[in-house]
Design a protein around this ligand. Sequence first.
Ligand code: HEM
Length: 206
Amino acid sequence: MSHKEMIVRHKLVDRLCHWTIVFVGLVTFLTGFSFFYPSFQWLSGIVGTPQLAKVMHPFFGIAMCLLLAVMLIRYYQHNKWNKYDLPWMKAVVWVLLQKEENIPPVGHYNPGQKMLFRAFVVFVLAFLISGIMMWQPYFAPMFSAEAVNWATLVHSACGILMLLSLVVHVWMACWIEGSITGMLYGKVSKAWARKHHPAMFEEHEE
Ligand code: HEM
């Protein structure tokens, strides 16, 4: 396809950030879930031993949250609610049934993606605050045992909820053909933009 037929959707820095988050996030999640139950301990094998998992999990977690925070700041403008979102939400049944002729136009992101974006903001903050409160031997001694217990509950609940959100995120990425290629190479075809994000396409053409 000629370059004229392509539109930049994700800049190089954002793509590098995204795929680094996927790698760092994988290590964080596998080591984190290895602490949940004794039968999950084998997951710590990704870094070698359970002891190493305990040491590395907070550092990988911080790296994941900071990189994700950078990406969320850079994508903030695209994720503001706008005039296209309510009509799209009302027509969500048509989206699920893939009746494209009945789906109102959306901009750079659809409301489903925008809701996940907000969930990621909450997870980053909750993981960072609760994780620091639980971090032995550095910060946990500064808090009461009850506060550390609450932090552990919040941290674990966020781990499960974020995993579920990521399943939805990856499902959406696989469902919309061409979206993963966009995140890999940065560009999408004009035909893709016109079909999935018509308002973004029109803004680009103005
Ligand atoms: C293998 C796993 C993953 C795949 C295949 C994937 C795929 C994608 C794709 C294709 C997009 C672009 C969507 C579009 O252009 O409309 C995207 C955006 C994004 N991804 Fe992922 N992703 C994965 C994992 C993750 C993880 C682990 C995180 C964070 C913890 C994440 C956070 C984001 C964010 C914040 C955006 C921007 C969305 C927005 O601004 O609303 N992704 N991802």
